[in-house]
Design a protein around this ligand. Sequence first.
Ligand code: SF4
Ligand code: SF4
Length: 333
Amino acid sequence: MWNAEKCTLCGDCLVECQYTDYGREDAVAQIELLTKGGKPSILKECVTCCACNEYCPTGANPFDRINELQEKHGSLPIPPKMRQFMDAGATVPSSLIKGDPSRPALSLCVMERPLPRDAVGGKMFDGMTIAKGGDYFCYLGYVHIGMETPLKENAQKFIDSIKSLQNPEVVFLHADCHAMIARMPEYGIDVPFKAVHIIEYVRDYLRKHPGEISPVGKKIAYQRPCASRYSTQVEPALDELFELAGVERVTRKYDRESALCCGGLFSRINPERINPLMEANLKDAKDAGAEAMVFLCPLCMVTLGAKALEKEMKPIFITQLARMALGEIPYPA
Ligand code: SF4
Ligand code: SF4
């Protein structure tokens, strides 16, 4: 939620934006217009990476304001197929596999299809209640087509679906779901269960089973998804997870706060603007010596996985990495 009262008009958010080229003075002018509800050029230029929410030092959440006004003014040229693609999320067939009620439940959102087949399985997940499909869709992805209203309108429905699992603890495999949970206070909605980020769940499992780990022993580049801008508190857990799995997270330009969007959705809206940075992201990973690229979001993996492989970096989903460390599945040949 945009917190206008927290904005000091410092301009940092847009000066640091990696997709635009605003100097300090212009950035401040853009933010002033945003505050007044005008139509600054950033509404058309923003590729919806959510990063400026994290760049802002005061927690004003400038991207949330940009997104709100993008929708109000219809700023992004969204092809009808993109809207249909997004709306299809809620229609994905749902299923609920009841498991051990003493274990946390696992929500896959609508990510089962893009997820690698062996990403969920083995000791970490066996016996858990698993919920998947449109009934458990989180709606956060609409921000990438310049829309905020579907989040607001469906927030209660999302929480009610997860609540219906009747499990006090729910692990969210899709980072978007956890980000959506983080937005519930702005909608005035209580979250009546403990929401566990998949990074924390996997890290905790590895922590508890050190004797079962064989270090993977590879240099990996991490593709940080846009949703992580809403869950920055789990970053130390991710570093610990990599350490426990025995991989080295290479130091590179486009990681951590400076991560780039995978570009999966925006490349269908404005490929000229985002494709060069998608390529730069992969080159940066390769130049840093990565042998593999690790993904937290299944859609990021669909977008960049094959291109990473072309550069001889194995695409690996975060839970696959943990399963490799546990000796349950092999490192890709
Ligand atoms: S969301 Fe990303 S692209 Fe948009 S203004 Fe913020 S940093 Fe720039
Ligand atoms: S939104 Fe944050 S970073 Fe941007 S001008 Fe306001 S205080 Fe500065």
